[in-house]
Design a protein around this ligand. Structure first.
Ligand code: FPP
Length: 235
């Protein structure tokens, strides 16, 4: 697709959904669905950032996902460590900066270690940012920001929204385009503050089958949307 004809969102948020159902449809265990999602994630992320999108937020594990079966949680944690270790060179070669949003507790120490190393080593890269939302919850993020502000003792009386946003996990631009794969029509506690004026796109495709051409369709749809931000479009 020729992106010069398209409106390019600055920040794309992606809820990686449908791995489990993708595997079940094929008579496989849910874990194989996560493996397939894992295989797709890096290729797709590189493609998205190569199109001039500045920030890609990926919802890969919510605070609520810890309620899943032990074996599934353990497998996902292994995949996170594997990705953060084995793909480090690929992030570097593609000049991608990696940041994380979410709470530490109760992430395994190996995940935290691999995460922190990846963040430190890619901190100066300038070819776009991936924001991994790992053990992330939108309400938790807002609550954690309030706690940080109270602990700082700052005077908040004259604050503007941007002053508050500064205390969120990452200081990133608002989301322009929010995509959730697999046909589910929910936000599921994802980037509640940042998604305020995002355009939503809900393809039926399950994540392991969501590839470059599917992303192109999302940006094409976004290009057609009339964004008014609560005002009147002067067009
Ligand atoms: C949602 O599908 C997917 C997840 C909760 C995990 C996403 C993780 C990956 C793609 C694995 C690799 C990622 C990294 C960063 C290494 P689901 O399990 O909710 O599927 P379902 O809705 O069909 O049950």
């Amino acid at each position: 697709m020729d992106y010069s004809e398209l409106k390019i969102p600055r920040h794309v948020a992606l809820i990686v959904d449908g791995n489990g159902r993708w595997a079940k449809e094929r008579g496989m265990s849910r874990l194989r669905g996560h493996d397939a999602g894992f295989e797709n994630l890096m290729t797709l992320s590189k493609y998205i950032l190569s199109k001039g999108i500045e920030v890609l937020s990926l919802y890969v594990f919510s605070t609520e996902n810890f309620k899943r079966e032990k074996a599934e949680v353990a497998h996902l944690m292994e995949l996170f460590v594997l990705m953060y270790r084995s793909k480090l060179r690929e992030f570097q070669e593609n000049n991608i900066r990696v940041v994380f949003s979410g709470r530490d507790e109760p992430l395994p120490a190996a995940v935290i270690k691999a995460r922190d190393r990846l963040v430190a080593e890619t901190a100066n890269n300038t070819g776009g940012t991936i924001n991994f939302c790992l053990n992330y919850g939108g309400r938790a993020e807002i609550l954690d920001a309030v706690k940080k502000i109270v602990a700082s003792g700052e005077e908040v009386r004259d604050w503007q929204e941007a002053d508050f946003a500064h205390y969120l996990y990452q200081d990133l631009p608002d989301v322009d385009l929010m995509i959730r794969t697999s046909g589910e029509l929910r936000l599921s506690n994802f980037l509640l503050w940042q998604n305020s004026y995002a355009e939503f796109y809900f393809p039926k495709t399950k994540f392991p089958d969501f590839h470059e051409a599917d992303f192109d369709q999302a940006v094409l749809e976004y290009t057609k949307r009339d964004r008014r931000f609560g005002g009147i479009n002067k067009k």
